[in-house]
Design a protein around this ligand. Structure first.
Ligand code: M6R
Length: 600
């Protein structure tokens, strides 16, 4: 969603800010802007659309070494140049960018700003107008900033510049991520280290309720009451190459191809030198003591949770419930006596999941986060974290993080089985190694996937995914992948459920992608395929070696039945990719979507 960058140093800031914003494009946005402090005042450039559109309106002749920038994903007010950030105070002295949502912006407007007519429809403008109002009443800028922050209800990461002070960026955060970055003779702020990796890898993490005053030489952190806090920087381990596409046309394809490597990396990270699983002891004890596990997640991570339930129940013998975070927060089921909450989130910043975590923390329940972003909000606020080790995932459509989530859940289930002295009939680590090899075989068959996408999906307006058991959950993920990047209406169904209503939608040529990787339900799902074919559907069966029949459209290599989702999802990802490509869609940045969904 929204992104923030800020730079104060010696170099021309425009290109640093624009480049930083380009690195945040993957998060999803609909407008962008920068503000720089030039010799003759603050210059603001903003535009609806892509950073390329913003670049076209930035005046190359303006030079400055101090500025802030923003990518906006609209919440309050339509995507437009006026609503794009930065926003300015009435006199234009103060200029500000903001991520998050100010819940009490109407009240604040009524209480403090009724004398002003506002330029935009945003909640953000209220903040900058409040600051100026307090300064006009005699407060220093820093005091006015802190006073305004104390009045805000909601989430924010903010960067502020003052036309009368060419030496300072003020920033603050509450529930939205923000980092301060250290350099030699310059300093930066950013909502994501990726944005500023080009200039520094040294970052200081800011905490909720803190203010940071950034000059060329210093970064000073204070509480909202003005007490100075000391914090050492950390080195951001991200490799700049990890966030470049290299020779790939799209990040999504690069990330699909990285999956075998990610599985091997996870196996390596979660084993010691003797090949024994090495999960943290406190995680082991939390799993052992839980009488029921509640998995909380959204979107693709929720789908990984559904598979995780199978792993944990079948291997570790602990009952598991999987819940969509946005529903759970106000519709909590009866909880067991000793629950453990597992939060699954690629980004670690998803507001819906965090909202549940805040509640379960208040209730005193233990929480474990599985995330690709250790250090993220969900990681910091949970008791324990298991990293996904997938490397940065840039494409909005989650691929390698999904398979990484399933792999870590499998390892967690196996480890718990060991701790509980439950004997397993197979060697899961060896099986994961077979999975990685099978993934490689699939990513080598892209031509066939492109052909399937062309044959079934080039003109259709809808598509159904069916499966039974664990295949049903992969079908849900296949449908989500297809709809989010190709805009084809796609739904996943349990094979047996179709005839209870949805089969009415089957017409001549309706594509139905059926998964058949589970021996126990192989005949039943094939029966469901016959039902839809009898009504004109164009069925595409994807089966597993050993269960295949004549006429199956694609056969995936044989892996352990429980682990098939890690492999069978790859054709779903590739077919979705090609369907989107054939339809001319922006594969990596689908419309209306954001990579990190930081509003509820
Ligand atoms: O960062 P998270 O895993 O918490 O994100 C959850 C969903 O927003 C995410 O999985 C979304 O559904 C993806 N775009 C799916 O590809």
């Amino acid at each position: 969603m929204c992104g923030i960058v800020g730079y104060i140093g010696q170099k021309d800031t425009k290109e640093i800010l624009l480049h930083g914003l380009e690195k945040l494009e993957y998060r999803g946005y609909d407008s962008a802007g920068i503000a720089v402090v030039a010799d003759n005042g603050v210059k603001v450039f903003k535009e609806k659309g892509r950073i390329a559109d913003l670049r076209s309106v930035v005046d190359d002749n303006v030079s400055s070494t101090h500025g802030i920038g923003h990518t906006r994903w609209a919440t309050h007010g339509v995507p437009s140049q006026t609503n794009a950030h930065p926003h300015q105070s009435d006199s234009r002295r103060f200029t500000l960018v903001h991520n998050g949502v100010i819940e009490n912006y109407r009240q604040l407007r009524e209480d403090y700003l009724s004398h002003l007519s506002l330029a935009s429809e945003t909640d953000t403008e209220i903040i900058v107008q409040l600051i100026e109002t307090f300064v006009n009443k005699g407060a220093t800028v820093e005091d006015a900033f802190r006073k305004a922050l104390k009045k805000l209800k909601g989430s924010y990461a903010i960067a502020l510049i003052d036309e009368q002070d060419p030496d300072t960026i003020y920033a603050a955060k509450n529930k939205s991520p923000l980092l301060a970055g250290k350099g030699e003779g310059f300093n930066v702020v950013a909502s994501d280290a990726m944005a500023m990796l080009q200039v520094t890898d040294q970052y200081i993490e800011l905490m909720d309720g803190e203010v940071v005053i950034v000059t060329r030489e210093n970064i000073t952190i204070k509480t909202l009451d003005g007490v100075v806090e000391e914090r050492a920087p950390f080195t951001c381990e991200l490799d700049v190459n990890d966030i470049e596409k290299g020779t790939y046309a799209h990040f999504m394809m690069k990330e699909i191809d990285e999956q075998p490597f990610v599985i091997r990396k996870i196996m390596q990270e979660y084993q010691d030198d003797n090949g024994r699983l090495n999960l943290p002891e406190d995680v082991r004890q939390a799993m052992k003591q839980a009488d029921r596990i509640y998995i909380i997640a959204c979107g693709t991570s929720y789908h990984a949770g559904l598979i995780g339930k199978q792993f944990i129940e079948k291997l570790a013998k602990i009952p598991v419930e999987v819940h969509v975070a946005s529903e759970f927060s106000y519709n909590m089921p009866m909880l067991s006596e000793n629950p453990l909450f597992i939060y699954i989130s690629q980004s670690g910043e998803t507001a819906d999941s965090r909202s549940v975590l805040v509640q379960t923390n208040k209730m005193g329940y233990k929480a474990l986060t599985l995330t690709n972003a250790p250090g993220s909000t969900l990681s910091r606020e949970a008791d324990y974290t298991l990293p996904l080790h997938a490397g940065p995932e840039i494409a909005v459509a989650s691929t390698k993080a999904y398979t990484a989530q399933m792999a870590v859940l499998a390892i967690l289930a196996v480890d718990t089985a060991h701790v509980k002295e439950i004997e397993l009939e197979f060697d899961p680590i060896q099986e994961l190694s077979i999975v990685a090899t099978a993934m490689e075989a699939l990513t080598d068959q892209k031509d066939e996937m492109e052909y399937i996408a062309r044959e079934y999906l080039s003109t259709t307006r809808n598509c159904f995914f069916i499966g039974r058991g664990i295949d049903y959950y992969v079908g849900l993920e296949g449908a989500l992948k297809l709809k989010e990047i190709s805009y084809i209406q796609a739904e996943g169904f349990a094979g047996g459920e179709l005839k209870h209503g949805t089969i009415a939608l089957i017409e001549n040529g309706t594509p139905v992608i059926a998964l058949a990787t589970q021996e126990q339900v192989n005949l039943s799902i094939r029966g469901n395929v016959k039902e839809v074919e009898a009504r004109g559907a164009s069925a595409c069966i994807i089966s597993m070696k050993g269960l295949e029949e004549d006429g199956d459209r694609f056969v995936i290599p044989k892996v352990h039945e429980l682990l098939t989702p890690l492999v069978s999802v790859i054709p779903m990802q590739l077919i979705s990719y090609y369907a989107a490509l054939h339809r001319g869609c922006d594969v990596d940045k689908p419309r209306n979507l954001a990579k990190s969904v930081t509003v509820e």
